[in-house]
Design a protein. Structure first.
Length: 746
């Protein structure tokens, strides 16, 4: 039986290698009798409303404007169901075209007629497993604030095709992948073949698994097999199936699941329970370890809660009060010391109690804040003789028995601490010789803040610092995280709202949650490459920027997302008689409306309207959001090449960004074919005319940073001749003159 199957597979492989590979996997899984078995559904088709319709294109017929075919098809009213034309949404082939109409053939089963249809009502479809010729086109300009740092990139694309494209530019080179895929909830949160998956669909789980399986297998090709990590977030709907799928795709990896609190208040009620957490799968390949870091509060103290205490309530950077019962992270607070000396050997007038440390501290009687510090008093001068300050109480270091002591430091030293938030007036003590407790941070606590062993969360209204020590990281982080900084509402939704006023995105991750988990794996890799192919609002790229700022790193992030319009907004747009492909419709898509502008706003510190971003970052690195980041970013849309252009050797501009990406996405890009027959930029060079290769070699002598040389030739002997003249540290690659055929995806 096994020999027969092998022979049959060999025959299939000669005709369709991809189909043979799929069949082999299915036979392997079913022969085991264990593991995750699911229906490997036909791959999804992808609508490409931005492309012009051409002969031989696969197309679908759009419904009339103002009509939502999904809503009608799910209606219980027969009249509504009959209104749904059976031709809508099915795949056709364009056989001929006139100026305004196209002749369509090979329609739905049982429909053998050839039909004519207005071109304006057609949308181009990309079918998986049919040859496509992808490229990239730069859109929305660049953001350049990072000097010679590499560029972060955002790609507007169906992520399966983008992943296939990245296997050319980055196969085996990615250090970390962080993804937050659709959770397959009852909400309209994801599509299969351009239709939202119905919660009553018997195949909803297997469709989701087939959808994920295809992408995870490509992700595996991109990860560095020697040392890398895949991080996947999920909730209770699919976490069991996802775990089994990861075991199958990454059978040689070390896999661990973490439970993390994302909203202490709870989100919704499911089967009688409020969900407050979700799950994070960590899949480590090769020698990838977990980096111990004093910057990440993920040690044993990350469990449990704290007692309600009005003094621990703080004002967050978005102007809302965080009540103590919502602060789930137990904080190891800084040691605020009493500023008054304690030992009698340091009392006023003693040898250790010099005259410079007895002075009035003026506390505003209405606000309880320190306004000023007076001059020191000589030993012979009674404290009653010190100048008074209107509206203030003069506070001296006096014990309850009336003994005059000294302050712990001189007045200028105290003022320096006060200006930095390291001193404050504590509780009032009416009727006592010292009417206010004065507190300060000693040198050890200040050093802990400066060395980032303590986290500064913000500042109190009196200017005093809000900070806590990081939990001990000498031990491995636990598998249950309970951190206030990971609250998705406060540090996901509100951060997006600050960056993009008036725009909403459902359930963005906490910026600091993504930052913390990435730090565990790329904190010691300042040049790491991070990929997120379900990038949504762009949190991963934003988190990578924060990591770079903290240690001066050059990490770069590739973000991939489609431009799907949310279900709610689709209804509003259809009511305006808009549909996919219309500029106003496309402008409301995730990539154009949220991802790109969020990353721009994060870097520039300005909202899309040009105003400074309100609020400040918290926890590990505290600074105003309006400061932005010293980073670079460029935005692309995946294109699908015309085979006619490929045959005549055109369309180089479509692959130009790919060569730049492969060379590190740093510095200028070669976008056109020069007359000289070659071009050299910061990190790579292209030889378009092999007869110019000696000029290229001479130019490379003055270009120390070049590590890639692309040679355009259809002949192996010419390629070998050029390679023999290149320096040993330069990697050469051959390109065919029919440019896009270099990247044909089947």
């Amino acid at each position: 039986m096994a020999n027969t199957l092998s022979l049959l597979l060999d025959r299939v492989r000669s005709l369709d290698p991809d189909l043979a590979s799929r069949l082999s996997r299915e036979i392997e899984v079913r022969s085991k009798g264990v593991g995750l078995v699911f229906e490997n559904h036909e791959p999804e088709a992808v609508a490409l409303p931005s492309l012009n319709v051409k002969v031989h294109n696969r197309v679908a017929i759009l419904p009339p404007r103002g009509i939502d075919p999904e809503a009608l098809s799910s209606s219980r009213k027969k009249a509504d169901r009959d209104a749904v034309d059976p031709l809508w949404g099915t795949i056709w082939t364009v056989s001929q075209m006139t100026t305004d109409a196209a002749q369509l053939v090979n329609g739905p089963d049982g429909f053998d007629e050839t039909i004519d249809w207005p071109i304006a009502d057609l949308v181009v479809m990309a079918l998986f497993r049919e040859p496509i010729y992808p490229g990239l086109t730069s859109t929305d300009g660049k953001v350049e604030r990072g000097g010679d740092k590499p560029f972060h990139t955002v790609i507007n694309a169906e992520n399966f095709h983008a992943l296939e494209l990245l296997t050319y530019t980055h196969q085996g080179r990615v250090d970390a992948i962080y993804i937050d895929p659709p959770y397959n909830t009852r909400a309209r949160d994801w599509k299969y073949n351009n239709d939202y998956v119905d919660p009553d669909d018997d195949d909803k789980h297997s469709k989701w698994l087939a959808f994920m399986d295809r992408r995870l297998r490509l992700a595996r090709k991109l990860l560095n097999p020697k040392q890398s990590v895949l991080i996947v977030t999920i909730d209770e709907k699919e976490y069991l199936r996802l775990g089994l799928l990861l075991e199958q795709v990454f059978s040689d990896a070390r896999i661990r699941m973490i439970s993390t609190l994302i909203n202490p208040k709870g989100v919704g009620v499911i089967e009688g329970f409020k969900r407050v957490d979700e799950y994070v799968y960590v899949v480590r390949l090769g020698a990838q370890g977990v980096k111990a870091s004093t910057k990440v509060p993920l040690g044993s103290k990350a469990l449990g809660g704290i007692e309600k205490d009005d003094e621990t309530a703080t004002i967050d950077s978005f102007g809302e009060r965080d009540q103590a019962e919502d602060i789930s992270q137990p904080r190891i607070g800084l040691d605020w010391q009493t500023f008054r000396r304690r030992d009698l050997a340091s009392a006023r007038g003693t040898k250790k109690g010099g005259p410079r440390q007895f002075y009035p501290i003026y506390v505003n009687a209405a606000t309880g804040t320190i306004e000023a510090v007076g001059d020191p008093l000589a030993h012979s001068m009674p404290r009653e003789g010190a100048p008074h300050r209107p509206g203030c109480v003069s506070v001296f270091p006096i014990r309850e028995d009336g003994t005059e002591m000294n302050w712990a430091t001189t007045g200028p030293s105290f003022l320096d601490r006060l200006e930095k938030g390291y001193a404050r007036a504590g509780r009032a003590t009416p009727g006592k010789p010292q009417p206010y407790v004065i507190q300060y941070l000693k040198t050890g606590s200040i050093k802990a803040i400066e060395e980032e062993r303590a986290v500064v969360e913000g500042f109190n209204p009196d200017g005093s610092v809000i900070a806590h020590y990081q939990a001990e990281m000498s031990k491995s982080p636990p598998t249950q995280w309970n951190l206030r900084s990971h609250n998705a509402e406060h540090y996901g939704t509100k951060i997006v709202r600050s960056l993009l006023p008036g725009r909403t995105f459902p359930y963005p991750k906490s910026l600091f949650a993504v930052e913390d988990i990435l730090r565990l794996f790329v904190g010691n890799k300042p040049d790491a490459l991070i990929l997120d192919f379900f990038s949504g609002s762009g949190t991963t790229a934003h988190a990578v920027m924060r990591l770079n700022k903290q240690d001066g790193g050059n990490r770069q992030c590739i973000s991939v997302t489609n431009n799907e319009v949310s279900a709610d907004e689709q209804s509003d747009l259809r009511a305006k008689h808009l549909r996919p492909g219309d500029p106003e419709w496309e402008s409301r898509g995730i990539c154009d409306h949220i991802t790109k502008p969020r990353i721009k706003a994060a870097i520039t510190g300005k909202t899309p309207e040009g105003t400074p971003v309100n609020g400040e970052y918290k926890f590990t690195d505290v600074f105003p959001m309006a400061d932005g980041f010293e980073e670079n970013a460029e935005f692309f849309t995946l294109t699908y090449g015309d085979p006619d252009d490929i045959e005549v050797g055109e369309a180089f501009e479509a692959i130009a960004p790919l060569l730049w990406l492969k060379a590190g996405a740093r510095g200028p890009r070669i976008d056109t074919i020069p007359e000289e027959g070659f071009a050299v930029v910061e990190t790579y060079a292209i030889l378009f005319d092999v007869d110019a290769h000696r000029k290229l070699i001479k130019a490379l002598d003055d270009a120390e940073g070049v590590r890639y040389v692309y040679v355009v030739t259809d002949y192996e002997t010419e390629f070998a001749r050029v390679c023999s003249t290149l320096a040993p540290n330069v990697e050469a690659e051959r390109l065919y003159s029919s440019y896009l055929s270099n990247f044909e995806i089947v």
